[in-house]
Design a protein around this ligand. Structure first.
Ligand code: ADP
Ligand code: MG
Length: 474
């Protein structure tokens, strides 16, 4: 039987998604369509397959690859077991969608919002009740539009809200500004709390949490701090980009997190980058995160941007012509917050002049939001500045001679991005990086490409840097 404490179905689904990108469509149809998730046990996923022949074939062809993917996704070794079930049947029926009408996003447009979760079997039934005092009631799953860019993170968040403190603990949601980190974090709290008012949910920013913590050490009241946080069931910590500087404080934090984790308290963090990129974090804390679930949020692609705009228009009860929605969706590509701002600006204008928005008005009003197509070729200077800032280095380090790892790696990233974003030759790039040889530049680009193949966090980081470089002064 499946143990409810171990539910790895989410990992399985995501592993399938990933393998689908790797193999041909035919191969996928042939071997993966007939696998049916069955159950999870501690560090093991059981999948039903239709025959012994099939089992042996897939084990030989794909088992080690699948297990590697599962390892990368979950942060720990997980066995995959194929069970022969002649007429494989799914363990559960597909989750019922409470309402398939437009309320949950526009099904035609790609993105869709998450239907409300069914209450967990371990919890008393959902009851109507006062909202949680510390959580924003706007940040709920029903208002979160899912697209390819965020589906893994959103589904992980939903799974956690249904079964806090079990399989995905700790969880880190990371991604650039305005992509929905706070929304998802609070949605977990709201959903869990609305299912069970007895659940203690605490939301804090990392800054507040750390300050309270340091204060409690200074005032010798750390037992009070511990009592306060050890009594919660779900601890939501937002914006973990600035870990406390002192080693000793981090060590203390490490023990606090361990204690919470050991007591099956759910810990969820958000951060603007993967933990491996947090330079000032001790290795012990980093590895603590490595053991949990790390999910990223990417900027929405066009279909999802349109779905988000439509959802927000519908929530406001406004009317905006389709071609205007498409104009905004095409041009505002940075993040959801910018999409919201652009829309708010249009609606405010329409109300002011008491006139429906048309393409001309939208174009005029949103000039600032639309990327300037003339500005293709960014300067090496700007790339170096943004990369240096991200890694907490000086601009001079990018051009300097120092070759310590802490500088060489960011410098290689900057060279790689310069190659991507400019028309400069490798010789010219080398000249801009302290007079280096063109082979050094080629070598740097190669190293970054190789590393992206083994380090799944690197590509999102680079893409995020490219976005910041583009949006700066753009
Ligand atoms: P972050 O914390 O990553 O900077 P937020 O969670 O504050 O971003 O999101 C910015 C704004 O965009 C919020 O108003 C949020 O509700 C909205 N938002 C983000 N992602 C989505 C989404 N997928 N669907 C609907 N609204 C979203
Ligand atoms: Mg936020």
């Amino acid at each position: 039987m499946s143990d409810p404490a171990w539910d790895y179905e989410l990992f399985w689904k995501e592993a399938l998604n990933q393998i689908q990108q790797d193999v041909s469509a035919q191969e996928f149809e042939m071997w993966f369509r007939n696998m049916v998730y069955h159950s999870s046990r501690e560090n093991e996923i059981v999948v039903n397959v239709p025959s012994s022949f099939y089992r042996d074939q897939v084990a030989q062809r794909y088992l080690s690859r699948m297990e590697t993917i599962l390892y990368e996704l979950s942060g720990h070794r997980m066995a995959l077991t194929f069970d022969v079930q002649p007429r494989a049947q799914s363990r559960t029926q597909p989750r019922a969608v409470a309402d398939s009408s437009a309320e949950h996003g526009d099904p035609d447009k790609g993105g869709k919002a998450i239907p409300p979760a069914s209450p967990s079997t371990r919890r008393p039934p959902r009851s109507r009740q006062a909202p949680h005092p510390n959580l924003n009631t706007d940040y709920i799953f029903e208002r979160f539009v899912i697209g390819e860019n965020n589906s893994f993170a959103a589904n992980a968040a939903l799974a956690i809200s249904k079964n806090p403190g079990t399989a995905y603990n700790p969880c880190l949601i990371y991604g650039g500004v305005g992509l929905g980190k706070t929304h998802l974090l609070q949605a977990i709290g709201n959903e869990a709390y609305s299912g069970n008012a007895e659940l203690k949910v605490s939301y804090v920013t990392a800054e507040t949490f750390t300050n309270e913590f340091i204060l409690s050490i200074g005032e010798k009241t750390s037992h009070r701090f511990k009592n306060k946080y050890r009594s919660v069931d779900i601890l939501l910590i937002d914006d973990f980009h600035f870990p406390p500087g002192k080693r000793q404080t981090q060590e203390e934090l490490f023990h606090t997190f361990n204690a919470l984790h050991d007591a099956n308290k759910q810990l969820i963090f958000t951060c603007d980058r993967p933990v491996s990129e947090l330079r000032d974090l001790t290795d012990r804390l980093k590895s603590r995160f490595g053991m949990g679930l790390n999910v990223d949020l990417q900027p929405p692609e066009y279909e999802t941007r349109i779905a988000i705009l439509n959802k927000k228009i519908q929530e406001k009860g406004a009317h905006v012509p389709t071609e205007v929605v498409e104009l905004v969706g095409r041009n505002v590509q940075t993040n959801v917050r910018d999409l919201e701002r652009a829309l708010t600006k249009l609606l405010a204008y329409a109300e002011l002049v008491n006139q429906e928005i048309n393409i001309d008005i939208a174009q005029r009003q949103l000039q600032d939001y639309f990327a300037n197509p003339g500005q293709r070729n960014v300067s090496t200077e700007r790339i170096q500045r943004v990369v240096a800032e991200y890694f907490n280095l000086s601009h001079g380090d990018m051009r300097g001679k120092k070759r310590t790892k802490a500088i060489a790696f960011p410098r290689q990233i900057a060279m790689y991005i310069t190659r991507e974003m400019t028309e400069l030759s490798t010789t010219e790039i080398g000249a801009n990086y302290g007079g280096r040889d063109h082979t050094t530049v080629m070598h740097a680009c190669q190293r970054i490409e190789d590393r992206m193949k083994t380090d799944p966090t690197l590509e999102p980081t680079i893409r995020q840097l490219i976005r910041s470089i583009r949006s700066e002064g753009g």
